[in-house]
Design a protein around this ligand. Structure first.
Ligand SMILES: *Cc1c(COP(=O)(O)O)cnc(C)c1O
Length: 419
């Protein structure tokens, strides 16, 4: 019965049995490294399942063994996160980067080819370009706006099309809000999978929109990734990550997590359980605020261009169709170009009083930063120019404050700039 309820109704209770914790209404923090077995036979049975020597019997659950393998806090968190994306299984990590890098390592081996979209989060970009090649992994890349045929051409031009093993995309892309078509990316993965008679999963970093505003699994993605530090955590007080997908793929992700040891701690999981209770109301408020803030910026004489999903119109062609197809909201991330350059952008940032000058996003407080010199400083200069990440760009994550106060703060900071 509970399966049919909306996820927001289940965030306070799903997967937790009070009778196992002295009736405590809230799940306590299971701050323990290991769990006592009732007898040796039970320990043996748990290990058989944990190490894949046999499958679970009908109705059997994997018993608690050791907090690198399982722990009530992170298991309940995984069950609750799976509800939003209607995923079979979920794995939580100590950071978004550890979720992303675990997936890259699990599905790529030396000699393989990775196809990825641009731009991606700065840390992901660094890992793909500077770490994966050390393990003999080859790269092919594309960006928003390129057609299916063009992308297939890019892969074929590498001469390694038969080695394509994973497609990795991020949409909307950070910081430009460029959209990548999820179902088209899956078609490309399937095209090569059929040719090569192999499996080529599609992984989507859904941090910007998730887990409420976009459900990549419904559009053909095989794996969804989150920096849970952002909307899921939502209070700028915890670093965490998550990966969701089918039981089959997640068994591989979880096995590598066990051996890398980068699972979320009981304390991190407990903080996220608390955050999930207000996820829907926070994100609803943030999206409603963002609409007002984007309207203000779009009409401001000192603002040259606003990058916001709500500003995409029919004139933007493919981007308009992709947004309507896969985004359930326009989100709460807005980038904009100030008239001028770095000097004017810095005058604005230094003039903010309520909005904090900090990287990260998706939190209760509004945050502003300068992608070209901060989050995306590591991105190749030429690529930055091509993608439109220029010194006049500001990225804003809209929080839950009253929208009039956010707008007032931006307005007075824009007044600092003389043009
Ligand atoms: C922040 C972020 C990450 C990295 O997550 P951490 O929790 O900081 O490790 C990955 N992708 C996107 C889109 C992000 O915004």
């Amino acid at each position: 019965m509970s399966k049919q309820m909306k996820p927001e109704s289940l965030m306070m209770s799903y997967g937790y049995k009070p009778e196992l914790s002295e009736g405590a209404v809230k799940c306590p923090i299971f701050q323990t490294s290991t769990f006592v077995f009732k007898n040796a036979e039970e320990g043996k049975a748990f290990f058989e399942v944990a190490y894949g020597h046999r499958n679970l019997h009908e109705g059997e659950e994997l018993g608690l063994i050791y907090s690198r393998i399982n722990n009530p806090n992170f298991e309940i968190l995984e069950d609750r996160l799976a509800l939003w994306d209607k995923a079979e299984d979920c794995a939580v990590f100590e950071s978004g980067m550890s979720a992303i890098t675990t997936v890259l390592f699990e599905f790529l081996k030396p000699g393989d080819l990775l196809l990825f979209s641009n731009p991606v989060y700065g840390g992901t970009d660094h890992f793909i370009r500077h770490v994966l090649p050390k393990f003999g992994i080859q790269l092919a890349e594309f960006r928003a706006g390129q057609s299916k045929d063009e992308i297939i051409q890019i892969v074929e031009a590498t001469g390694l099309a038969d080695k394509l093993a994973l497609v990795y995309i991020e949409t909307p892309a950070n910081p430009t809000n460029d959209l990548i078509d999820i179902s088209l990316s899956k078609e490309i993965a399937s095209y090569f999978a059929n040719k090569n008679n192999s499996e080529i999963p599609l992984a989507v970093d859904n941090t910007y929109m998730g887990p409420l505003w976009q459900h990549p699994l419904e559009h053909g993605a095989d794996l969804v990734l989150y920096s849970a530090t952002k909307y899921i955590g939502g209070h700028s007080d915890v670093i965490a990550g998550a990966c969701l997908g089918s039981n089959k793929l997640m068994a591989r992700v979880k096995a590598l997590r066990t051996f890398l040891g980068n699972m979320a701690s009981p304390n991190t999981a407990w903080l996220l359980l608390r955050s999930l209770e207000t996820l829907k109301i926070r994100m609803d408020t943030q999206a409603a605020n963002a609409e007002k803030v984007a309207a203000f910026l779009s009409a401001h004489p000192k603002v040259e261009k606003v990058y916001y999903l709500g500003n995409i119109t029919e004139n933007d062609g493919e981007q308009f169709h992709i947004r309507n197809k896969q985004c359930l909201s326009n989100g709460a991330m807005i980038s904009f170009d100030i008239k001028g350059g770095e000097k004017e952008a810095f005058l604005f940032l230094n003039g903010l009083k309520l909005i904090k000058l900090a990287v990260s996003l998706g939190s209760t407080e509004s945050l502003a930063q300068h992608p070209a010199s901060m989050t995306h400083v590591d991105v190749d200069e030429e690529l930055k120019a091509l993608l439109g990440i220029t010194p006049k760009m500001i990225r804003l994550s809209v929080g839950v404050e009253h929208y009039e106060d956010i707008i007032y703060d931006m307005s007075q900071a824009l007044d600092n700039i003389s043009i």
